[in-house]
Design a protein around this ligand. Structure first.
Ligand code: COA
Length: 686
C-alpha cells in the first residue's frame, strides 16, 4: 500500500492504519502530499479491516506548513482545507502523531484530526501571518474551539510558536508521548477505535471575556504597523464563535487568496527565502567552524558592553577588558544596567540575570584574553587606536584564537596589517544596541581564512544574530547604501521638499521613522565630523549639501540639543520656521529653483539611489546577492520585513524606471551617481 513514488503511504498495524508523510526536508504540504493524505484517509475508511488511523511524518518534523515554493502559482486540487475536511469527517478516529514543528498546514492537519499526541519538544504555530497570509485550512476556526479565543487570536496574529506542554495544558493536544511516539499514537488510536470521533468543528468556542479581547485586538493592530495580515487573521478568529467551520474556512480561503497577491506577501516570501539563502556562502560549503566557548571583548563602552550581553545570553563565557580599573568598573555598570533593564521589562528573571552576570568577567588585565577563542575589539573607531590595540592583542591571544574588529567605517584590510595572523582576523560589525539588533555584517577581509569566516558566522548565529557576509568597502553593505539614501533625501530637501515632507513620504512607504527624524535622533554631529575629515579628499565636482553643516554650525545637533532639523520642546517635535527659512536660503544661494514634490516621487528617487548603489556593491563583490542587501535593511535599519528591502522595492517599481531615475541623478548630482552596469543589465533582462 506504500507507493515509493508518492510522499504519502500507509501500512496496517493490527487494525490501525498508519499514514506516513515523507516529503523532505520539512514535509511541506505540496500537491502530492495533499492528494496522498486525502486518498490514504479515504482508503483507510473504505477498508473494513481498519478501525482507526494515525497520521505521522518521517524525518525531522511533522508537516511544517504549505509549500512556500508553490505560493503565487494557481493552487492545484485538492486544496489543503479539503484534505482537512476529509480527515475531520472520517468515520474512523484519526490521531495525529506529532514531532518537530507542526506549523501552518501541519498544525491544521493536527487540529482537524480527532486526537493529538506529541513529543514533548514539539512546537506548534500558525506562521502564515509572517508570510503576509492567514491560515488557509481551518486554523483560525478550529484552534479557538480547542484552545480558546484569546490564545487562537494571539497565535494566528503573531505567528509565535508554543511548546507541547502549553498545547497540552490548553487542551490543544491530548497527550505527550514519553518516547515511542508512533507506538503510543497507535495505542491511543486503538483506544479511540469504535468510539464516535471527537470532531473539532462540533466543539463550541469556549466563553471568553469580550472587553479583554477588544484590548487584545487593539494591541494587535498597533503592533502590525501597516502590515495587513495580522488584522485579517484577527477578524477571522473573531468570527469563529458565530459561524460554523465550513463558513469560516470559506472566509479564510477568500482572505488567503486575496493576500497571496499582495506586494506585502510577495515581500515576506522573498525575505523568508533570503534568510535561507544568506547562510549559503561560496567557498564555505561543508566547512566546519572552530569551537568557540570563551569570547573576549576589548573595550566596555556602549558597544562593548552590549556585545558582552549578547555573548553571555548565547551561553558563551565572556571576558571583558578595559584599559584601567575605573573604565572596567564603568563597563561592568553598563552591563549590569542592561540586565537590570531586561529584568525590569520581564524579559529575564533574577536567577537568569545572576547566572549571566556570573559568566561575564570584567577587568583591566590584557593577559585575561589568553584563554579566549575569539576576541572582539570594540574600542573607539579610530585607526591609530585600533591598530595599537590589535598589535597588543596579537601578543596576548592563544595560537589559534581569532581576532575580530567591530569597526563601522575603518578599512579592515588596513587593520589586518596590525595583527600577527591576518588569516585569523575578521570583521564582526554589530548594530547598536548590539544585544538587540539582529543584523551582523561579517566582514571577509582579503586575508580572512574560510574557516575563520565560518566560525564568525557560527558564533553570530549562536548569538541569534542574522549574519550577512560583506566584503571590504567604505561602510560595508549597509552604511554604504544608507549613505546614498541619506544623500538623496538631502538633495530632495535642497530642491524643494521640506524635511517633514520627506519624512512623511518615507513613513508612508512603511518605514517606522523618516530620515530627518532619524538624523535628529542619532545626532548630526558625528556625520559632520566625518564630513570635515573627508573634506580634503572630496571630489569638488560632486554635489554637496550644505544644510546639515549649517545646522551643526548653529549648534543644532538634533534631539539631544533640543534642536536639529526639528525643534524639540518638552519632548514634542515641531517644524521650525527658522530651519525652513535657512533651507530656502541655501537653495537660493545655489541657484536652485525650489519646486513641490509628490510623496511618490520622493520614494521612487530614494529607492532608485539605493538600488543603484546596491548593484555597485554586487559588482564589487561586497554583497553576494540582492537578497542579502534586503536582509541588511530589514534587520539593521528598521525596514519592516513586509517591504522586502530596497532591492525588492526597486524590482517592484520596475528596473527600467530605476535606471531612468538614476540617469537623471547622474546628470544632476555627478559621477558618483553613474548608473551601475549591473543595474542596466538587470533592467534589460527583466
Ligand atoms: N515550504 C517550502 N520549503 C520550506 C518550507 C516550506 N514551508 N519550510 C522550510 N522549507 C525549506 C527551506 O527553504 C530550506 O530549504 P533549503 O535547505 O533548500 O534552503 C529547508 O526547508 C530547511 O529549512 P530551514 O528553515 O533552513 O530549517 P530549520 O530546521 O532551521 O527550520 C522550520 C525548520 C520548519 C521551523 C522553518 O523552515 C520554517 O519556519 N518554515 C516555514 C514554516 C511556515 O511558514 N509554514 C507555513 C507556510 S503557510
Amino acid at each position: 500500500m506504500t507507493d515509493p513514488k508518492t510522499p504519502v503511504g500507509w501500512q496496517t498495524h493490527d487494525g490501525i492504519a498508519v499514514i506516513t508523510i515523507n516529503n523532505p526536508p520539512v514535509n511541506a504540504t505540496s500537491q502530492a502530499v495533499r492528494a496522498g493524505l486525502k486518498s490514504a484517509v479515504e482508503e483507510a475508511n473504505a477498508d473494513p479491516a481498519i478501525r482507526a488511523i494515525v497520521i505521522a511524518c518521517a524525518g525531522r518534523t511533522f508537516v511544517a506548513g504549505g509549500d512556500i515554493r508553490e505560493f503565487g502559482r494557481p493552487p492545484e486540487p485538492p486544496i489543503l482545507f479539503q484534505t482537512c475536511d476529509v480527515i475531520e469527517a472520517s468515520g474512523k478516529p484519526v490521531v495525529a502523531a506529532i514531532h518537530g514543528t507542526a506549523l501552518g498546514g501541519g498544525f491544521e492537519i493536527a487540529l482537524a484530526s480527532h486526537g493529538r499526541i506529541a513529543m514533548p519538544d514539539t512546537r506548534f504555530g500558525l506562521p502564515e501571518v509572517k508570510l503576509g497570509l492567514v491560515p488557509g485550512a481551518g486554523g483560525s476556526q478550529r484552534l479557538p474551539r480547542l484552545g480558546g479565543l484569546p490564545l487562537a487570536l494571539d497565535l494566528a496574529t503573531s505567528g509565535r510558536m508554543i511548546e507541547a506542554r502549553e498545547a497540552l495544558d490548553r487542551g490543544i493536544i491530548d497527550r505527550l508521548a514519553s518516547g515511542d511516539l508512533l507506538g503510543e499514537a497507535i495505542a491511543f488510536a486503538r483506544k479511540m477505535a469504535g468510539q464516535p470521533p471527537r470532531r473539532t468543528c462540533e466543539i463550541p468556542v469556549p466563553a471568553f471575556d469580550r472587553p479583554e479581547i477588544d484590548k487584545q485586538v487593539e494591541a494587535i493592530e498597533r503592533k502590525a504597523r501597516g502590515q495587513q495580515s495580522p488584522g485579517e487573521a484577527a477578524r477571522l478568529v473573531l468570527a469563529a464563535p458565530d459561524i460554523d467551520v465550513p463558513e469560516g474556512v470559506a472566509r479564510e480561503r477568500e482572505a488567503f487568496m486575496r493576500l497571496m497577491e499582495t506586494d506585502q506577501c510577495k515581500a515576506l516570501r522573498h525575505i523568508f527565502f533570503a534568510e535561507r539563502e544568506v547562510a549559503k556562502v561560496p567557498g564555505l560549503e561543508g566547512m566546519e567552524a572552530t569551537r568557540v566557548s570563551n569570547i573576549g571583548i576589548a573595550g566596555a563602552g556602549t558597544m562593548g558592553s552590549a556585545i558582552a550581553v549578547a555573548a553571555a545570553d548565547a551561553g558563551f563565557a565572556v571576558t571583558v577588558v578595559e584599559q584601567d580599573a575605573a573604565a572596567a568598573s564603568q563597563g561592568r555598570e553598563k552591563i549590569e544596567a542592561i540586565y537590570a533593564r531586561n529584568l525590569k521589562s520581564g524579559r529575564i528573571d533574577q536567577s537568569t540575570m545572576d547566572k549571566r552576570l556570573a559568566t561575564i568577567q570584567t577587568g583591566h588585565d590584557f593577559a585575561a584574553f589568553a584563554k579566549c577563542d575569539l576576541v572582539i575589539e570594540a574600542v573607539f573607531d579610530e585607526e591609530d587606536i585600533k591598530r595599537a590595540l590589535l598589535e597588543r592583542l596579537s601578543r596576548v591571544v592563544g595560537e589559534d584564537a581569532i581576532i575580530a574588529t567591530n569597526t563601522s567605517y575603518l578599512d579592515p584590510d588596513g587593520l589586518a596589517v596590525a595583527v600577527s595572523h591576518p588569516e585569523r582576523f575578521v570583521g564582526m560589525h554589530f548594530f547598536a544596541p548590539a544585544n538587540i539588533m539582529r543584523l551582523m555584517e561579517v566582514v571577509r577581509t582579503a586575508t580572512t581564512a574560510p574557516q575563520v569566516l565560518a566560525t564568525a558566522l557560527a558564533v553570530a548565529r549562536k548569538m541569534r544574530k542574522l549574519p550577512v557576509v560583506t566584503g571590504v568597502c567604505e561602510g560595508f553593505i549597509g552604511n554604504r547604501i544608507y549613505t546614498k539614501y541619506r544623500q538623496q533625501c538631502e538633495f530632495i530637501v535642497e530642491e524643494g521638499a521640506l524635511p517633514h515632507e520627506v519624512d512623511a513620504a518615507m513613513e508612508g512607504l512603511g518605514l517606522p521613522m523618516g530620515p530627518f527624524r532619524v538624523f535628529d535622533l542619532s545626532g548630526l554631529d558625528i556625520a559632520w565630523a566625518m564630513r570635515k575629515r573627508q573634506a580634503a579628499t572630496r571630489n569638488p565636482a560632486d554635489r554637496y549639501y550644505h544644510v546639515a553643516d549649517r545646522l551643526c554650525e548653529m549648534g543644532r545637533f538634533g534631539q539631544k540639543t533640543g534642536a536639529g532639523y526639528y525643534l524639540y520642546k518638552d519632548g514634542v517635535r515641531e517644524i521650525d520656521p527658522a530651519v525652513t527659512e535657512m533651507i530656502k536660503a541655501a537653495s537660493r544661494e545655489k541657484g536652485i529653483a525650489r519646486r513641490t514634490f509628490e510623496a511618490r516621487e520622493i520614494r521612487e528617487r530614494v529607492i532608485a539611489a539605493m538600488v543603484n548603489e546596491g548593484f555597485k556593491t554586487l559588482a564589487d563583490g561586497v554583497a553576494l546577492r540582492e537578497s542579502d542587501i534586503d536582509l541588511v535593511f530589514v534587520n539593521g535599519y528598521g525596514w519592516p520585513a513586509w517591504l522586502g528591502g530596497p532591492m525588492f522595492q526597486g524590482r517592484l517599481m520596475g528596473l527600467d524606471k530605476v535606471v531612468a531615475l538614476v540617469r537623471e541623478m547622474e546628470q544632476r548630482d555627478g559621477s558618483a551617481f553613474a548608473v551601475a552596469g549591473g543595474l542596466r543589465a538587470a533592467a534589460e533582462t527583466c
